[in-house]
Write a new protein. Structure first.
Length: 140
């Protein structure tokens, strides 16, 4: 059985990588504290941190899933140097429809931190799909 979340994460990474952003695109690292950015410009790290579900009706729910793209950008003269990259990620993902999911919607973006010349921003998106139970909800 394949995982819809894994397929979604892979699709987001592939879509961002094909957009030629000029930075590396990777899954979020298992150990973020040990992550070492190799790309001289920056990286886009993709993670699926959560989903929430609508009430179940006849064995069907809507699964709304959050996607976070963490942008790490280095060697900027000012914080505004990250803005074109933020806008490029937004243009790439907003409205795009991954297989078996609804179009991706932008939720928020925010500056997180600056550390030794590496600026971090988080861009949050959501998409949804139907989640259908494998059990017959009509059994008595």
């Amino acid at each position: 059985m394949s995982s819809p979340l894994l397929a979604l994460e892979d699709a987001v990474i592939s879509n961002l990588a094909s957009a030629s952003l000029g930075i590396s695109v990777e899954p979020y690292p298992d150990r973020p504290a040990d992550y070492s950015m190799i790309d001289p410009v920056g990286a886009a790290l993709v993670v699926i941190p959560s989903s929430r579900y609508s009430p179940m009706i006849n064995g069907v729910q809507t699964r709304t899933t959050r996607i976070v793209v963490t942008l790490l950008v280095r060697n900027l003269a000012t914080h505004a140097g990250a803005y074109p990259l933020i806008d490029a990620v937004l243009a790439t993902l907003q409205g795009w429809t991954p297989d078996d999911w609804q179009p991706v919607a932008a939720i928020s973006e925010q500056f997180v931190t600056e550390d030794n010349g590496v600026w971090q921003y988080d861009l949050v998106f959501e998409t949804s799909r139907l989640q259908i139970t494998q059990y017959n909800p009509c059994q008595m």
